[in-house]
Write a new protein. Structure first.
Length: 126
């Protein structure tokens, strides 16, 4: 399963790179023949996180709100620092026009609070 997830991650990064570099000399090299890499990545991640939660519940022989919150907090502590680091890098790349984009189009606070999909439609992404 980890091998499939690694392949899905590669294709997600490849697809995003192709989109970000679409107006550059690298565009022909980065043509993305796949269209479901994000879906596959999220499905596999769901299985892995679900399996991790089930293992955690079996280890403690019960599932209650305290254990559930502890699991989610541990998961957030593992994921959110990388998310915020990449958010900062992407923001700076767009801000200093290293990659195309518009930092004034969407409030950075929507991304910081993880509400960007609620408040901001992305019609031109795919």
């Amino acid at each position: 399963m980890d091998l499939l997830r690694m392949a899905a991650i590669f294709f997600v990064v490849h697809g995003h790179g192709a989109w970000l570099l679409r107006d550059t000399v690298l565009a022909p090299v980065l043509k993305n023949p796949f269209s479901y890499e994000v879906d596959i990545f999220f499905i596999l991640t769901g299985f892995l996180i679900g399996g991790s939660f089930i293992s955690y519940a079996e280890k403690h022989s019960r599932v209650d709100m305290a254990h559930t919150w502890r699991f989610y907090i541990r998961t957030a502590i593992r994921i959110l620092p990388c998310y915020y680091a990449m958010l900062l890098v992407n923001y700076l790349f767009v801000r200093f026009q290293i990659i195309p984009g518009n930092t004034g189009q969407t409030s950075i606070w929507h991304f910081i609070t993880l509400t960007q999909n609620i408040f901001t439609p992305f019609y031109d992404f795919y």
